[in-house]
Design a protein around this ligand. Sequence first.
Ligand code: 3HC
Length: 284
Amino acid sequence: MAVTQRIGVVGLGAMGSGIAQVAIEAGFDVVGREVADDLARAATERIGHFLTRKVEKGQRSPEERDAALARLSTTTDLGTLGDCDLVIEAVVEELEPKRALFSELEAICRADAVLATNTSALSVTEIAAATRSPERVVGMHFFNPAPLMPLVEVVRAELSSDEAVETALEVVERLGKVPVSCHDTPGFVVNRVLIPLLNDCVRVLDEARVTPESLDAAMTNGAGWPMGPCTLVDLVGIDVHVHASEALYEKLREPRMAPPPRLVAMRNAGLLGRKTGRGFYSYE
Ligand code: 3HC
């Protein structure tokens, strides 16, 4: 098994930039791909900001921050990822764009490179089936915010090879994260449980006639959650959560998986949470 040193990250939004940050901090060389220069610049600035906060708080030296940032390069050209040992995809959470991307990556990347998707709720097997080498495709599912959440689910699709799964597990260990290995089932482990739970939380808002503030207070103080469900859905993104709910409902047909109408209405109105400045709460 070749030693992984160079990681490509495709899509530098909240998840992709977080993954890139974790990887450069762990000593990997990272090439991040965005579709436009300004998006790549924004991601680099975001990563620089969080690393500088660590310096300000005495968790990193300025030299360590600078060395980590020097390991990050960005590109708008997917072809630049040709020499990566591992590519992690974190683009829009829709099946067809992901399948098209994997088909392109297969043509660009070395035959021994592992191709991973950070999908939340889509089938890794269906993404892998867009390639002629599905054995090298796995899921590496990070949690939001990626630099703070320890878990990474390493997902074995129907045709994933042992080598590809082992490479992903080894990289997760080197990232200092906690790997949990699982098979490619809808929602894997955490979202299979968390998505219907969060949907129940949203339904109880109307059923028990409580405010988002009260619900959050109930779940943090009564169930020990680190952040309340409304704060969490705002963080994850209402659109991302609705999409994951729809994907799970489509596969499992369990009523609790279906997105509550209240969330669908918020998504349709553009109240997407922190990223648009308004969701259950307003953000300056
Ligand atoms: N990226 C990088 N660094 C970040 C960050 C981010 N997005 N957000 C915060 N930080 C850094 C900041 O520098 C911050 O320090 P600063 O405020 O002094 O600058 C530092 O991390 C600590 O941040 P917080 O004070 O906010 O950290 P907390 O100790 O309050 O913990 C938390 C935050 C870890 C997010 C905690 O509230 C928590 O565990 N929440 C639950 C999150 C969760 O459940 N996530 C899973 C969502 S589901 C999912 O992702 C699945 C997907 O498929 C939908």
